[in-house]
Design a protein around this ligand. Sequence first.
Ligand code: NAP
Ligand code: F7E
Length: 348
Amino acid sequence: MTRALITGITGQDGSYLAEHLLAEGYEVHGLIRRASTFNTDRIDHLYQDPHAPGATLFLHHADLTDGSGLRHVLESVQPTEVYNLAAQSHVAVSFKQPEYSADVDGLGPLRLLEAIRDVQGRTGQVIRMYQAGTSEMFGGSPPPQSEGTAFYPRSPYGAAKVMAHHLVVNYREAYGLHASNGILFNHESERRGETFVTRKITRAATRIKLGLQDVLYLGNLDAERDWGHAEDYVRAMHLMLQQDEPGDYVIATGESHTVRSFVNKVFAALGLEPERYVRIDPNYYRPTEVDALRGDASRARAALGWEPRVGIDELVRRMVAHDLELAKQELTLRKAGHVVAQRGAAGA
Ligand code: NAP
Ligand code: F7E
């Protein structure tokens, strides 16, 4: 049984990757951060009692800012594949917490690479690594973006991820590690964090539809993004680590849409006119914006045989259907007199 370690298993991608690897017959180990409340919502449906015979999912406390903890987990788990998905992944937040974002997203991968190098050197067991790179590394370079496009990050998040990308290349060349960079364009889902723009829109529009909310405040509607579905993108991560040689791959649909167009599709699906509900709040503008992203995934198609299965309209359909169900549940609870907390995030 292949044993994989996933950092960021509680995140959107981590949860889909865990599902995918368990279905492929893997033993899956995930890193979780200590929190004062449970932060395992996205993987609760996968939970297994670790004492049960034949358990295949195990969770370990660790943090990418703590190198010694990472080493301990790596030593005790002895995985053959490591997927580094953990990150402070919000671009707007990275302007507010640049040092922390650089620590987790730039130095974190370095701590992991060093630990892998040591454990592999001592045990002789090869450990393959996937690094979660991003189209934000291209930033200001115009589309279409491919593996040969120059990096031009436009945020502390993007800059930290560029550092991690180059470290992976360096450890591959210097120490022969089987370490690969995925350069993934935006991918969304029913599990997307609620402060990323697509989910913010589907959550708000479905609540507006049921009379639970009046207004949706957004920032720059002109930005263009290449949006795919996370389920498709985690398949690509796995494929990268099955190759004989490590490499760097762009993963994208090749189609881009503006934020405005995403808003229009979502509101149209619900029979609502966006002009009546959407307002601009400049607090959501970023100090520097990434204007247009559209990826060219030709290398991944040819070398990995990877293709996206979910297009933009299916993505919108799935997210709207899911969030409409959540809004209906909220309405039922409110009608029954339950207090349902309002949630929000500062400037994100
Ligand atoms: P996400 O939903 O924000 O999940 C991030 C994960 O990282 C969560 O499990 C989070 O734990 C964990 N984490 C954050 N800080 C950590 C720390 N200091 N130590 C350990 N774990 C930490 O992100 P995602 O959308 O799944 O993205 C996965 C990865 O792909 C990230 O590295 C992201 O930067 C990258 N990426 C994402 C996209 C995209 O469009 N989704 C595109 C390109 C690249 P908690 O649950 O406790 O917060
Ligand atoms: O913003 C604009 C915003 O926060 C998309 C992360 O997964 O993908 C993600 O980063 C666009 C930007 O994603 C709001 O200015 C308008 O132009 O959904 P987002 P992102 O910044 O593209 C990349 C590939 C990653 O690697 C990241 O980890 O939408 N926008 N109004 C808004 N964005 C937000 N969040 N909130 C708004 O109100």
